[in-house]
Design a protein around this ligand. Structure first.
Ligand code: SF4
Length: 134
């Protein structure tokens, strides 16, 4: 069955100047599965006890191959990257599609599907990233 996010054209814009959050567990998975030896500090920065963020090199995610236009860890990328362009807007306290995604009109914006996706996104943020959301 196709999900909303199957429509992604992988343009890579979301991998430029990324602010993607990730958990300690996701960091461990990346270190384990990345084909070369890599340390946590090379690709992530710690924000607090439980939360980390991908770092940018020359304006793009550490793992974004600018020449090939691909994610080097696509098969085991952080869950936040999988959800994208569906995001949780902390200010508005609601889920939404990121208006900065240039292909936003390609995604299924059916209200029922958005609601289900939002439940999953909130659960992920609360349980895995330990982000305080209402
Ligand atoms: S991990 Fe991959 S999908 Fe996520 S921001 Fe980096 S390059 Fe993009």
């Amino acid at each position: 069955m196709k999900s909303n996010l199957d429509e992604c054209k992988r343009c890579g814009l979301c991998c430029l100047n990324t602010e993607m959050l990730l958990s300690k567990n996701e960091i461990t998975v990346i270190i384990d599965k990345f084909p070369y030896k890599i340390t946590q500090k090379e690709f992530s920065t710690r924000l607090n006890e439980t939360l980390y963020q991908l770092i940018n090199i020359d304006g793009h995610c550490f793992f974004y191959d600018i020449e090939l236009g691909t994610c080097e860890i696509y098969d085991f990328r952080p869950q936040g990257c999988e959800f994208y362009p569906f995001i949780y807007n902390q200010e508005k306290q609601m889920c939404e599609f990121d208006s900065e995604c240039p292909n936003i009109n390609l995604f299924n914006q059916d209200d029922n599907k958005k609601e289900i996706l939002c439940i999953k996104l909130r659960k992920f943020l609360r349980e895995q990233l330990k982000v305080q959301i209402t």
